[in-house]
Design a protein around this ligand. Structure first.
Ligand SMILES: [Fe+2]
Length: 256
């Protein structure tokens, strides 16, 4: 085997190994149903025993469970394709780097110093992991007494919050997220571009920092199949499937 042939064969072997690695990683991720964690745990943080293996968390409900508000096909593609891609790309971006054993929260805190692939895919993984937990097929959840008091103080009530949150979601040009955060002792509304989020050092400097209580994905992939260009209808539908129990638990965590 001459040198050129050896290099070619080596490249083919490495490429094949990468595919196998990715396939196994995805299988492990999809088989794992334990990553939907308790309220007070970091979101899908790395297991110290399995560093370099962020995993796609299973949804705590069926893809069709949020019908008719959020449709099953969108939920399935959003979770099994879009979110899965963020997880796989994040693992690839971290592989072999000194940041491989960091939690998502640790990565977000120093994201300005990391490659853009970590920012985009780490943000994508964090945001979506949170988003699934913020949704529920259970009707009738409501803000806790303490959260309701904070909403009343800041927005004059739930209607005020929904109106201003909706404006933040609609004003985000292109792809991004709308957020309700707890920052400096009060509720704060903001939005971020792409997969950025309030935990990122870069966002904190821009005024969208603090602890995220709820976030709404306004990428077209999250609503286009059902709502096409009607983002406002999607934002309205979101309130019907929002898990206020989860938001309240996060508020309690932020204020304790
Ligand atoms: Fe999304």
């Amino acid at each position: 085997m001459n040198r050129r042939t050896w290099i070619y064969q080596s490249f083919r072997w490495l490429a094949g190994a990468a595919v196998v690695h990715q396939t196994i990683g995805l299988f492990k991720a999809q088989a794992n149903t334990s990553s939907i964690s308790q309220h007070n745990l970091p979101i899908n943080s790395n297991n110290p025993n399995t560093a370099m293996s962020f995993e796609l968390p299973a949804l705590p409900y069926a893809y069709a469970a949020l019908e008719p508000h959020f449709d099953a096909m969108t939920m399935e593609i959003h979770h099994s394709k879009h979110h899965a891609a963020y997880v796989n790309n994040l693992n690839a971006a971290l592989s072999g780097t000194p940041h491989a054993d960091k939690t998502l929260e640790e990565l977000m805190a120093v994201v300005s110093t990391l490659p853009v692939a970590v920012r985009n895919n780490g943000g994508g993984h964090y945001n979506h992991s949170l988003f699934w937990k913020l949704l529920t097929p259970q009707a009738g959840t409501a803000p806790s007494e303490a959260l309701m008091a904070a909403i009343q103080e800041k927005f004059g009530g739930l209607d005020g919050l929904k109106e201003q949150f909706g404006k933040a979601a609609m004003a985000r040009f292109g792809s991004g997220w709308a957020w309700l955060c707890y920052r400096d002792g009060a509720l704060n509304l903001c939005s971020t571009a792409n997969q950025d989020n309030p935990l990122m050092d870069i966002e904190n400097e821009k005024g969208c920092g603090g602890f995220p209580l709820l976030g709404l994905d306004v990428w077209e992939h999250s609503y286009y199949l059902k709502f096409q260009n009607r983002r406002a209808e999607y934002v309205t539908a979101f309130w019907n499937v929002l898990n206020w129990d989860e938001v309240s638990a996060r508020f309690a965590q932020a204020t304790r």
